[in-house]
Ligand binder design. Sequence first.
Ligand SMILES: NC(=O)C1=CN([C@@H]2O[C@H](COP(=O)(O)OP(=O)(O)OC[C@H]3O[C@@H](n4cnc5c(N)ncnc54)[C@H](OP(=O)(O)O)[C@@H]3O)[C@@H](O)[C@H]2O)C=CC1
Ligand SMILES: O=C(O)C1=N[C@H](C(=O)O)C[C@H](O)C1
Length: 271
Amino acid sequence: MSDLRIVIAGAGGRMGRALIKAIAETTGLELVGALEYSGSTHLGEDAGLMSGLRPNGVTVESDVAPTLNGADVVVDFSTPSATVRLAERLAETGIAHVIGTTGFSNADNAAIAAAARRTPVMKSGNMSLGVNLLAALTRRVAATLDDSFDIEIVEMHHNKKVDAPSGTALLLGEAAANGRGRALDECSERGRDGHTGARKPGAIGFASLRGGSVVGEHVVIFAGPSERIELTHKAEDRMIFAHGALVAARWVKGREPGLYSMADVLGLADF
Ligand SMILES: NC(=O)C1=CN([C@@H]2O[C@H](COP(=O)(O)OP(=O)(O)OC[C@H]3O[C@@H](n4cnc5c(N)ncnc54)[C@H](OP(=O)(O)O)[C@@H]3O)[C@@H](O)[C@H]2O)C=CC1
Ligand SMILES: O=C(O)C1=N[C@H](C(=O)O)C[C@H](O)C1
């Protein structure tokens, strides 16, 4: 008997398959649907077999409406445009939405916030406990040190990642900006190249490296006069994101409509 009926969106991707495995390993969770886009080569496959498991009788589909039938929550690690479309559909149904997708534009974020006025949405650029604790620490350190400590965020990911900076780097940047009492949009410096001029005081800089099979590494650097603090997180297995997303799925079911973060789920909002 399951207590949570889950649909995975982006089912054929690296995270989709990790989530299908994590659901199979977790008591009380049931996979009731697996969504992919209409041109996907995975359509019609058994979701268990696709994920390296035994067949589970759930077929990968592109048709959203029947797949949602009876679901409590959709866990979505797909693409920004697919996630925004799904958020609009879920707002009509009241089914909860856990969003791990990254790479959203400001317009995408506004559309998701609008959907969250009608259904509960938990959205985070990183679902791991470690990164969300790192974000809380980053906010505290940024608030403690003044602008004589420059903040730079460096991330490295595998060579298949399509967005930069990573969602996690942006989450850490938001935390740092929040600690300094600023909006990230007003102080972020991205993609430096050529004659950039000296660094602006109070800026938050981002650098992205891509290569090999790196699951995800983030360093927040506070570079001051003659000393430097570096806060680091290294993800060694993407199952940490899958397990975090499933904790969020249990937490978000039955909440009031609203846009929640992983800090809410983990009780770190006032850390
Ligand atoms: N928040 C977090 O903790 C984490 C977030 N992520 C983010 O999750 C997202 C997915 O990552 P990852 O699994 O590595 O990437 P993948 O490219 O492996 O997976 C994305 C999947 O979504 C599919 N897809 C494309 N369009 C649609 C659609 N319209 N409906 C449903 N599925 C669709 C893709 O199909 P196809 O390949 O055929 O195009 C693919 O199977 C990224 O944005 C990534 O940054 C990743 C890890 C952790
Ligand atoms: O694409 C990935 O792989 C990851 N994406 C997320 C991000 O953009 O930060 C989370 C994690 O670092 C892995």
